[in-house]
Design a protein around this ligand. Structure first.
Ligand code: CTP
Length: 218
């Protein structure tokens, strides 16, 4: 199958030398791209700034901002059988990006922020994507309730729910433990393991959801 994966953080500029961003390392998205490639799928990886190198065989598209990520997804989404949105896209960006470096003249500085494009939330409605749609949910409380709500609101086929209140998993860690939330309130728990092992399991789950094993075809 043909897969689109978003990964890493985005950077939203404040001035020529500063930006708003987050702690995403991109490891989960890159591990998914590698696992998908290993399994013989064609992969387009749209990545924010990270220090990782792209797995061999993957088409890498580098972006910085949420807007650039949205544009790249819009260009590459059609024709994909599945899309996995693992990027930690900034939810807000500064309204005004100043052309020169901000000087520290005042004691207080207020930044006005506006919402960025919701890329996952646009996949069905604005971009007309009809393939298998996978989102991520990073939560600190009521993990499954929030993830199920996100599944319905964004028209996803699967949400990979991450409890980011636990240390050592998720954001900027080598390991992860997730619960897959599926339509109809179904869940599958994938226990703590390396992001590489978890990525293989996730890719296997997604491919079997799209192409059920022959034995299960009536
Ligand atoms: N996402 C996206 N574009 C954004 C923000 C998020 O594509 N501008 C995607 C992420 O890649 C992830 C999912 O949406 O797959 C996360 O959904 P979101 O509603 O942003 O979840 P949280 O970041 O957990 O935010 P909140 O719970 O505050 O709504």
């Amino acid at each position: 199958m043909r897969l689109l994966i978003t990964a890493g953080p985005t950077r939203e500029p404040i001035d020529p030398v500063r930006f708003l961003s987050n702690r995403s390392s991109g490891r989960m998205g890159y591990a998914l791209a590698e696992a998908a490639c290993e399994a013989g799928h064609v992969v387009v990886l749209i990545s924010g700034p990270v220090t990782l190198s792209a797995p061999e065989g993957v088409t890498l598209i580098k972006v910085e901002t949420a807007r650039e990520m949205f544009d790249a997804v819009q260009t590459h989404l059609s024709g994909c059988d599945a899309a996995i949105f693992s990027a930690a896209v900034a939810d807000y960006r500064p309204v005004n990006v100043v052309a020169q470096k901000l000087k520290k003249t005042a004691d207080k500085l207020t930044l006005e922020l506006e919402r960025t494009e919701d890329i996952l939330g646009s996949a069905r409605s604005k971009l007309g994507f009809q393939g298998f749609l996978v989102g991520f949910a990073a939560e600190t409380e009521n993990l499954i309730v929030h993830a199920q709500e996100k599944l319905e609101r964004k028209g996803c086929d699967m949400i990979v729910a991450n409890d980011v209140s636990q240390s050592g998993i998720g954001f900027d860690s080598a390991e992860n433990e997730v619960t897959l939330c599926l339509p109809g309130g179904r869940t599958i728990h994938l226990p703590r393991q390396s992001k590489t092992a978890l990525a293989r399991e996730l890719i296997a789950c997604i491919s079997s959801s799209i192409q059920p094993p022959e034995s299960s075809i009536q």
